[in-house]
Design a protein around this ligand. Structure first.
Ligand code: ATP
Ligand code: MG
Length: 338
């Protein structure tokens, strides 16, 4: 009896996928793999649809393929679908192929912040740097208000859209690029501050990872605020890439030691069994302070940086609060994307 029921349920689920979700792989007029700066391939393509619309195709076809995996991979689409906003990449469509590969069609943007900063050799004007930070925090304020943690804020996940020469928005923004947040691939729903267990689905690239994630304690929206602080540092110096030599071998402990230098200590039971399992001990390098550690960050950005890079997540400012920084007074008054 029990077994029959299970079979029926399985059949039913398969039919749901077959009849309602699977549309079959679509044909594109052209489809070429997108090579990003680091020449890493991500299963990302530039494609032209039959209706001549250009799209970025994000394909997920790795791992065991079945409807469960497809549903899991579609969480990125479901989250993006909910996050319609002028500073967030626009999801055009999504579908699942017969072999359970999932496809996201996203509007293509001009460049990404890492390429832009690199081209300009870390010499952005203060107006540009302030505008990028303001727009990113404004996007995060919206994401967080929808109970979502982006989870992977970094230069290469911030797309930039070049505005038309006569677009009045350019003057309001103080630059010709509009920020578009991309890559909700590891985003989480944060309906309540849940205890975070290290289940191998770590948030953020290592150099953008806050202490609470390194220590596997809690994941809240404050995770993105910390990463926004590291983005700020990276607008003025090649911080993540100066650590690249070590990134392959960089451990939780290395990163904790570094954070302890610029952000100070974090309450944590370093004697616990969890600490042993995570292979971490109390950091020993002395606390200096964030302003002298990142001396390449100009004075007018230092106050904001200090508010973003606070070790304790419950003392870290919110995205909304950060928007009130004096640095943004002019931008704030222009009522951009209220
Ligand atoms: N809409 C877009 N417009 C322009 N470029 C894009 C767009 N979406 C993605 N890209 C490019 O493709 C890269 C990878 O995309 P995305 O971050 O979504 O994939 P990912 O596999 O999750 O990447 P990673 O694991 O490196 O974070 C981006 O860093 C960017 O260079
Ligand atoms: Mg990415």
């Amino acid at each position: 009896m029990q077994r029959e029921l299970t079979n029926e349920m399985t059949l039913f689920s398969d039919n749901v996928i077959a009849n309602r979700v699977t549309l079959g792989a679509r044909k594109y007029i052209t489809k070429t793999e997108l090579k990003t700066q680091a020449d890493v391939t991500h299963n990302i393509y530039q494609a032209m649809r039959q209706d001549k619309v250009r799209v970025i195709l994000k394909v997920m076809d790795k791992g065991p393929r079945n409807y469960r995996q497809a549903t899991y991979d579609l969480s990125e689409a479901f989250i993006m679908h909910r996050l319609r906003h002028p500073l967030i990449a626009e999801l055009l469509d999504y579908y699942v192929s017969d072999s359970f590969a999932t496809y996201l069609e996203i509007k293509p943007y001009t460049t990404t912040l890492n390429a832009f900063v690199d081209e300009r050799a870390w010499k952005l004007t203060h107006a540009e740097a302030a505008s990028v930070m303001f727009q990113m925090l404004k996007a995060l304020q919206f994401v967080h208000s929808q109970n979502v943690i982006h989870g992977d804020i970094k230069l290469s996940n911030i797309a930039l859209e070049l505005l038309a020469e006569d677009d009045p928005l350019a003057e309001k923004l103080g630059m010709r690029y509009r920020v578009r947040l991309i890559d909700f691939g590891v985003s989480l729903i944060a309906a309540y501050p849940a205890a975070f267990y290290d289940d191998g689905r770590l948030l953020n690239s290592i150099t953008y990872r806050p202490p609470e994630i390194l220590l596997a304690t809690t994941a809240t929206q404050a995770v993105d605020v910390w990463a926004a602080g590291i983005v700020l540092v990276n607008l003025f110096m090649d911080y993540t890439s100066s650590n690249k030599m070590q990134i392959g071998s960089m451990t939780r402990q290395d990163q904790l030691e570094m954070i302890n230098i610029f952000a100070g200590p974090f309450d944590y039971p370093y004697e616990s069994s969890q600490a042993k399992r995570l292979k971490i001990t109390r950091p020993t390098l002395p606390h200096v302070d964030v302003v002298s550690y990142f001396s390449a960050v100009p004075d007018d950005f230092a106050v904001l940086m200090q508010k973003l890079l606070i070790a304790k997540p419950d003392q870290r400012i919110s995205a909304e609060g950060a928007l009130l920084d004096l640095l943004f007074t002019d931008l704030y008054d222009r009522d951009i994307f209220p």
